[in-house]
Unconditional design. Structure first.
Length: 116
């Protein structure tokens, strides 16, 4: 499947899923109460999201599978750090170990392997 087709599928799913949920929770009057500024913010968020999606898709095509997996793991570590800083999540021993292992993996990825 192409990157463009993926973006269309994911975007359509998001719009339909969230649109129906919003319609159910807010009703037509609630949806019609959305201001022009809120619509502009949603459009800009969607545009930047599409740019980011295309950018990461193009970048992931050019790197190895091992690097992709480590980048995915680093996203989890970064989200965990943000959760601790912004949402006051507890900083546990397991979280620190996971972040340390992720950082170690990222540091070791470029080290040349010793030849026998």
């Amino acid at each position: 499947i192409t990157l463009s087709a993926s973006l269309v599928l994911l975007s359509t799913t998001g719009v339909v899923g969230l649109g129906l949920t919003s319609l159910f929770r807010l009703g037509p009057d609630g949806l019609l109460a959305t201001t022009a500024e809120e619509f502009a913010t949603m459009w800009m968020a969607g545009i930047f999201n599409a740019i980011a999606f295309f950018s990461i898709g193009a970048a992931l095509r050019r790197i190895t599978v091992v690097r992709v997996n480590l980048l995915n793991a680093s996203q989890i570590a970064m989200a965990s750090i943000v959760a601790v800083m912004v949402f006051d999540e507890p900083l546990t021993t397991w979280l620190i170990c996971g972040i340390a292992l992720t950082v170690a993996g990222l540091l070791l990825i470029d080290k040349p392997q010793a030849s026998e």
